[in-house]
Design a protein around this ligand. Structure first.
Ligand code: RIB
Length: 312
């Protein structure tokens, strides 16, 4: 059986618009360019992994409402394995309210809804999915689902020697115990600042934060800067990958694009350095369009951006 990307975590519907800023209390602001599309960090990862040619399986919960169809449709169309997406009775599908200001640096308000409801039998199901996964498969996950479930899945993956890529977002949910489980961690700048209690304004500070997270248990750490560059640190390697030059329209889902492309490249047995370059290029492409999945690249588009990048 072919190794695959197992994306465990959130699936949402994104309600997105452009506005100068979030409204103040009591204020009504006019926005524009409304979009209602499938999103959620793990759904985005599964979508892009599949678009880049990998087998992808989503392990997630939707609600028993009509929003689930909007969330699932793009995944069905692209051929993500959705056998392990369950519908939760009397729950809404996860919803993200996303505001994109002129500089493209989005803000998200998340109502996780069905993403938060996992029962004992669901934990057992996750164990079976990981046991049955073809050898060489990679688990990607994030913190938009309950942290105990993430710990359970990472522990199960560790028992099987499966590589785990954990996006520590929302960062407030990452705790010491989870850090010590030895995942590949992919925090963005603000998440890395929160996790290390430092200020990160340049690549040196990003490298220091990555080093700190390795010392706290991360197997390899990728600190993604707002500029698109990435500081990488592991026990044996350390480097900074500069991004290609692109115009930023909307950063929504860029982190998920990074995780998806990183996992696909690692699944293809590329080196850590090559895999990170691939992820930086995919993530750079993702900021050039509006919305997450609609702005994700094909493999040819990632390769085209890679050709414009300088190695350091
Ligand atoms: O990373 C972007 C994603 O985060 C959005 O699709 C939104 O649903 C939130 O989960």
């Amino acid at each position: 059986m072919t190794s695959q990307i197992i994306a465990l975590g959130s699936i949402n519907v994104d309600f997105q618009l452009r506005a100068d800023r979030w409204p103040e209390p009591g204020e009504t602001l006019m926005g524009q360019d409304f979009l209602m599309i499938g999103g959620g960090k793990s759904a985005n990862v599964a979508w892009l992994a599949r678009n880049l040619g990998a087998e992808a399986q989503l392990v997630a919960h939707v609600g028993s409402d009509s929003l689930q169809e909007i969330a699932m449709k793009p995944l069905q169309q692209i051929g993500v394995n959705l056998c392990t997406v369950s519908q939760i009775d009397k729950q809404s599908t996860g919803v993200s309210l996303i505001v994109v200001p002129k500089d493209g640096r989005k803000g998200i308000l998340l109502s996780a809804n069905a993403n938060e409801v996992w029962r004992k039998e669901d934990y057992d199901a996750v164990s079976h999915i990981l046991t049955d996964a073809p050898s060489g498969s990679i688990l990607t996950t994030n913190l938009e689902i309950p942290v105990p479930l993430v710990k359970h899945a990472v522990s199960e993956a560790n028992k099987r020697g499966m590589l785990v890529i954990l996006d520590p977002s929302p960062a407030q949910r990452l705790d010491k115990e989870l850090l010590e489980l030895g995942c590949f961690l992919t925090p963005n700048q603000s998440e890395a600042q929160h996790l290390t209690d430092t200020t990160i304004e340049n690549r040196e500070q990003a490298m220091e934060a990555a080093q700190c997270l390795v010392s706290l248990g991360g197997q390899a750490v990728f600190v993604k800067l707002g500029s698109g560059g990435c500081a990488v640190m592991s026990a044996n390697e350390q480097y900074f990958i500069s991004p290609p030059l692109v115009e930023t329209i909307d950063t929504t889902g860029a982190g998920d694009a990074f995780a998806a492309a990183l996992s696909v490249a690692l699944l293809e047995n590329r080196t850590l350095f090559e895999s990170t370059r691939f992820a930086v290029a995919a993530s750079a492409h993702a900021v050039t369009g509006y919305g997450s999945q609609p702005s994700y690249p094909s493999r040819a588009q990632v390769d085209a951006l890679l050709r414009t990048m300088n190695d350091e």
